[in-house]
Design a protein around this ligand. Structure first.
Ligand code: HEC
Ligand code: HEC
Length: 300
């Protein structure tokens, strides 16, 4: 009897040591990914100064950046929990990052996911933004430089042991976009603006709709476990019955023609809804040009 207890004790102790060793290994592997330096030199692009270009930059930045960086782009707490840590989306105005950022620093952050100090940015969706054309990139940088300064300070990401383990096991998906972007790829081009499927496809790509609505847009899930599922946006979902006007109204008001209020914490309709009519028409036209697909089974 005594011998059996001794063996059970040894087994339990070994399991604890293995678990601690695994946690230690995952934690330090994640830490070294966060600490890696990416030495890349984006190609110089033209930064326009005319008011039409700056207005176009404002249109894109408002739709694509305010959800996380705040309506005045002065930054937000973004994600703060005891379990996972503090991940702020910093102040982009001249009161923050904009004070010291060069044009190349902006490009490095937005299309490459690399911070001014060469570290990989956490969560910042550069994998989507890498599809911005040089022209749109220049317009956005031009606008960002005109922002009125907001005085606010946000801290660099502080992640907990649990968060590091989850990052390392891939539970959050691709959250260090600098790792997967091809930093030497030639710039992407943008189709001409208009209510076309082609231009809609471009907005859906840079807008990151697939992150939450699935790689085929027939339903998906935000990496955040608290998020509701992202519905099917292909003709297999509800969108055909809404019509283009119903879709535009949903993006502007956050409630669907079926009377459902979209949860703005998880579906960024407020920022997407700042796109102009032709842009939302383009997105709808693109979505309706997709093959009609059954809603993805997310339980798998
Ligand atoms: C899904 C949320 C999200 C969206 C959308 C987003 N960002 Fe970020 N961004 C972040 C987070 C979080 C950080 C902080 C990452 C870090 O410090 O590791 C960040 C960091 C940055 C930085 C800081 C770079 C540095 O040197 O520290 C810049 C610049 C930036 N974002 C610009 C933009 C612009 C411009 C847009 C729109 C085109 C945008 N972001 C959209 C979440 C987002
Ligand atoms: C950060 C995650 C996220 C991103 C990015 C995102 N969505 Fe969503 N979306 C959601 C979630 C979650 C819902 C469901 C909200 C709810 O149930 O309250 C939703 C709902 C919708 C709906 C309502 C569909 C229905 O059948 O009720 C439409 C339309 C939509 N999104 C379009 C888009 C488009 C277009 C884009 C890209 C420009 C986009 N979304 C980007 C998470 C996202």
């Amino acid at each position: 009897m005594k011998k059996a207890f001794k063996w059970i004790g040894i087994v339990i102790l070994s399991l604890i040591i293995i678990a601690l060793g695994t946690a230690f290994y995952l934690n330090s592997a994640a830490k070294s990914r966060f600490a890696k330096k990416y030495d890349i030199q984006p190609r110089a692009i033209n930064i326009p100064t005319d008011s039409a270009s700056i207005a176009s930059g404002k249109n894109l930045v408002t739709a694509m950046c305010t959800t996380c960086h705040g309506d005045d782009l002065g930054g937000t707490e973004f994600f703060v929990t005891d379990d996972l840590g503090t991940i702020n989306a910093p102040n982009l105005t001249p009161g923050g990052v904009g004070k010291t950022n060069s044009d190349l620093d902006w490009d490095r952050a937005i299309r490459h996911g690399i911070g001014g100090d060469k570290r990989p940015l956490f969560i910042m969706p550069a994998s989507d933004f890498q599809y911005f054309s040089d022209e749109h990139m220049g317009q956005m940088i031009a606008y960002l430089k005109t922002l009125p300064p907001v005085e606010s300070n946000w801290v660099l990401p502080k992640t907990t042991l649990l968060c590091n383990i989850l990052v390392q096991t891939g539970a959050f998906g691709d959250v260090l976009n600098a790792e997967t972007i091809d930093h030497n790829a030639p710039s992407h081009t943008a189709p001409e603006r208009g209510a076309t499927a082609d231009y809609g496809n471009y907005l859906v790509k840079v807008g990151g709709c697939r992150t939450c609505h699935g790689p085929e847009l027939n339903g998906g899930k935000d990496p955040n476990p608290e998020a509701p599922p992202g519905p099917n946006l292909t003709p297999g979902g509800s969108l055909p019955s809404w019509g283009e006007d119903g879709f535009i109204k949903t993006m502007r008001t956050g409630s669907t023609p079926m009377g459902k209020d979209l949860n703005g914490e998880f579906m960024p309709w407020k920022s997407i809804g700042t796109l102009e009519d032709d842009q939302l028409q383009a997105i709808y036209t693109y979505l309706m040009s997709l093959p009609k697909m059954e809603t993805a089974d997310l339980s798998k």
